[in-house]
Design a protein around this ligand. Structure first.
Ligand code: AMP
Ligand code: MG
Length: 487
């Protein structure tokens, strides 16, 4: 560990200062041989960091946490969480560090955070490390989500450490540098509440209001307004996941943000064939976090947030519960509204068309998709062509031709806007077989497939020549896909 003056990076320590009870000063483990695997130059520039400086030996040491800029206070954050429904009062950053905050656009702070930087006092049985494959997986999928316009943490870099990580086999280790509007989670509030220190809970809520939902500050009941804002942000976020076929895979309360950004890309994956029962995670045997359950799980997680915030809502416990229940009732209509707006755009339907008509048409389509195991991304993109008169690519995806023909006739009678559909329906998503291929190659030292995949998924709406295989569903022999958590 060394501390060096850094002219290029000044990190704030606002979280550590304001919420010291939840911030444990800690340091990264040495990385024997740091080697840059991928650097997000546009993001670096957006953050005011010089990409060339990040590529130098000192830059790499910064990205693995072994060189700490002067004045910075890296901390492991404490949080609790419901994991698969069971409360764990003490989770926290077991293998991660918050390096500090960078000033973002319009004064909002952005956390610079490392994952895979070594054991912390929250590591429990874990080794504190991360393997190259899963860190690159978070990089690819979070950057794809960002390009799809879905709120998410971002990925700045993945640096191989030169240290082997023991999983089922020995794998090369890596550190992911990620950027988030904060790392405040539902589990952060559960932690503060569990300490019994209402002053800490209030400081945490004030911190969250200031960073994420400043509109709440002027409300009559600012903490209830904060809660309302989180309910709204999560309802909108999960609607966007559903529309694009994203399955988070581990929607524990510690992986649910206060900002409304997607966080913690572990066993996540995108749907191929449309089926609400789809589960990819190897540890989700009961299907708690299946694709179709995600809205209900988000609502459940928000109920846990309400429980944590109760002492701030009202001194009278009954009254506090009553206002929380009322606010949470807003989740379903907000989710519906966000989903309907999204599916309206995906189907190219005009603003003036009644919500109920849009929903009925969409729901009838989803029945056909499920029945015929149709690839979600392919069919919506092909519908753009159908709006221009070329219906055959859509029909080819279905077995029930009478069903889809009848649906197409109803839909085309509404004069869908093909150009708008092309901006709402991606051609390229990080398809599971392509992600696996790129990560396997990278683990073996070949970064070319990763580069090509990133090129496709970071401009997902523009069909480009030479990228056909990035638009196609998995080959038949790819089989049932499984992802592994936290590895
Ligand atoms: P996740 O499921 O990745 O959100 O992680 C849940 C909890 O386990 C968090 O407290 C993580 O910091 C911790 N964790 C996951 N993997 C490791 C590891 N290899 N070493 C230490 N802690 C870990
Ligand atoms: Mg997590």
């Amino acid at each position: 560990m060394s501390v060096a003056p850094s002219p290029t990076i000044v990190l704030g320590d606002r979280f550590a200062r304001e919420l010291g009870e939840m911030a444990l000063p800690w340091q990264a483990e040495e990385a024997p041989d740091p080697r840059l695997l991928v650097l997000n130059e546009p993001l670096a520039t957006e953050l005011g960091l010089d990409p060339a400086a990040l590529r130098t030996p000192d830059g790499l040491r910064l990205l693995v946490g072994t060189l700490v800029p002067e004045g910075a206070t890296p901390v492991a954050q404490a949080y609790s969480g419901h994991q698969f429904g069971s409360f764990n009062p003490r989770l926290g950053d077991g293998r991660a560090l918050l390096l500090g905050e960078l000033p973002g656009a319009e004064g909002a702070l952005r956390d610079l955070h490392l994952k895979g930087s070594g054991r912390t006092p929250f590591a429990r049985g874990g080794d504190g490390l991360a393997a190259v494959g899963p860190m690159l997986r978070e990089y690819v999928i979070s950057e794809a989500m960002h390009a799809l316009g879905i709120p998410t943490t971002r990925s700045l870099a993945v640096v191989a450490t030169g240290r082997a990580v023991r999983r089922e086999t020995l794998l090369p280790g890596a550190v992911l540098a990620r950027v988030a509007s904060s790392h405040l989670r539902v589990g952060s509030f559960q932690y503060a509440r569990a300490t019994g220190d209402v002053d800490l809970l209030r400081r945490l809520a004030d911190h969250a209001i200031d960073r994420h939902h400043p509109g709440a500050a002027g409300a009559e009941n600012r903490y209830l307004a904060l809660y309302d804002a989180v309910v709204a942000a999560q309802a909108s976020l999960v609607a966007q996941w559903m529309l694009v076929g994203f399955v988070h895979g581990v929607m524990n309360t510690d992986n649910t943000t206060i900002s409304g950004e997607t966080i913690d890309y572990g066993p996540c994956a995108f749907l191929d064939a449309y089926d609400p029962a789809t589960v990819y995670s190897s540890i989700d045997a009961g299907g708690r976090y299946a694709y179709g359950n995600q809205p209900v799980v988000a609502e459940w997680n928000l109920a846990r947030l309400a429980e944590a915030l109760l002492p701030l809502f009202d001194d009278d416990q009954e009254q506090a519960v009553a206002v929380a229940v009322e606010s949470l009732r807003g989740f379903a209509p907000r989710y519906e509204a966000a989903w309907t707006a999204g599916v309206r755009a995906k189907l190219g339907l005009p603003e003036g068309l009644d919500d109920a008509v849009v929903r009925a048409l969409a729901e009838d389509l989803f029945v056909l998709l499920r029945q015929d195991h149709v690839d979600l991304t392919s069919v919506f993109r092909a519908l753009g062509g159908a709006a221009r008169g070329d219906v055959e690519p859509v029909r080819l995806l279905f077995l029930d031709l009478a069903g889809i023909d009848g649906w197409l006739e109803r839909w085309r009678a509404l004069a869908p806007d093909a150009a708008g559909m092309d901006r709402a329906n991606p051609v390229y998503i990080p398809r599971n077989h392509l992600v696996e291929e790129a990560l396997d190659a990278a683990t073996e030292g070949d970064l070319a497939p990763l580069g090509q995949l990133l090129e496709a998924v970071t401009a997902p709406f523009d069909a480009r020549p030479g990228l056909d295989r990035y638009a196609a569903p998995a080959p038949q022999d790819f089989g049932a896909y499984r992802t592994f958590c936290g590895t």
